[in-house]
Structures are given as C-alpha cells and as structure tokens.
Write a protein that binds this ligand. Sequence first.
Ligand SMILES: [Zn+2]
Length: 271
Amino acid sequence: MTAPSPRFGRTPRGVYLIAGLLGTAAVLATFASVVPWYVDNGTFPIDGGYLVYSQYFTPGPGGYTHACSTYVSAHATVCVSFSYDYSGGSGTVSISTLYYGLLGTSVATALLAFAGAMTISAGLQGRVRPRMTRTLVIAFVAAALCAAAASTILLPTAQGPAYAGFSGCPGFNGTASPCDSFVGQVNCLGVSTPCSATNGSNFSWYPQTGWYLAIASAGVLAAGLVLLHFQPLAAPCPFCGTLNRFPARYCITCSRPLPADKLKNSVGYRL
Ligand SMILES: [Zn+2]
C-alpha cells in the first residue's frame, strides 16, 4: 500500500499571519497617504508685527498645503494670504524627491537584505547550490549597498539646486532651509540678540506622522516576511489528515509513520 505523498505547505496560522500583515501594512499605507509627512513652522517679522505660519507636505498631487498664516501686531491678529511658500518652483520638487527618495531607498535596502538572508538560509539547507548562493548573496549585498548609498547621495543632490533659489525654497540669504536638511531649525536671522518672535525669523522643520506611518507600513511588511520565513511548515497525514509539523516522523493523531523522505523531498517552497 502506498499512501499519496503529502506536500508541506503553510498552516492556517501562517495564512492568517500573511493576511493580517498585508492588511496592517495596507491600513498604515492608506493613512500615510492622507496625512502630512512634513511640517515647516516659522515666524518672521513684517511691518509692525510678525507672521506666524505652518506649511505641510502631503503626498500626492498638490503636495503642499499651508495653514492660515497669522499676522500678529500690537493691534490685530488677522489671517493673511501667504505668498512665501514652497508650493511653486523647485522647493516642492526638492522636498518631495527627498522624502519619497529616502523612503524608497530604505525599503529597497530592507528588501535586498531580506533577499540576501533568504538566499543564505536556502544555501545552508542545500536548496541552492553553493556557487549560485555565493553569486546571489554578493549581488544582493552589492545592490543593498547601492540603495543605501543612493539615500546619502540623494540628500545633497535633491536639495542643492533648490537651496540656491530663494524663491523656490526660502532660506534667507543662503542660510539653512528645509531644502537643505531633513530636520533643522534656524533662529534669529540677521537680528541682534535677544531673540524673540518679534525681532527675528525663526524656522523649524521636521517629519510628521505620515512619514513615520509610511516607514511603519514598510517595516510591518518586512518584519512579517521574516516571521513568515521562520514559520514551520506542515502537511496533512496521508492516512488521517492531521496536520503534522515538519519534520515529524510519526503522525501525532494516528501514530503511523510518515513517509519522511518523500516529505523532505517535497519541501520545495518556503516564502
Ligand atoms: Zn495520521
């Protein structure tokens, strides 16, 4: 009597894990696409008072929005139109390139590192030939290093041209601006101390929730792939159908010996 050779596959838990992780990553990515990735807050003096503003970068068309700027003087606090922003010219391009680029290169580096780890694991299990393993690992490591290097090159390259342009990315006479660094601040430009909102320009810029959500979405996916990779495989007993974990020799329900060699040979896929 020859029992049909079962094939190892994902346990129901493994399937739920994949579904849960994909769902979580999708929810995080959805929220990331609608909330700001970046904010630039500032105050600067204008005639008789000073202006307080906030502007946000959100992904998608439009990119920039700014909150109502407030003109504050001794007599009035009013909402004024704000022409001094990054919504036109090279500033928007520079900053969005920076944020998308850094996200993209981090995700690419993580995926390539994961692919390299998977290849090493497959090589150790004898599922990939040593020479092929070596070639693949070298290729993945080289590609991961290139992706990581791209993000460090990206910072100055994406920001350089806009930095020079006052109208594109205001930096007040060549000082630091959001087009110059990922996170930063400038206090009391060109004014005498002591510094206050009324006598100097103050700017600060930093990432917002959306940026972190985008990173978290990619992180959940990457962590999920690793977890899944180490999740045990299982196969139904050819006699009673019980799911037995690899590499079980005897069925846990009916105690019959499982066709171990066939089972081993049938393990041809792991995520
Ligand atoms: Zn059984």
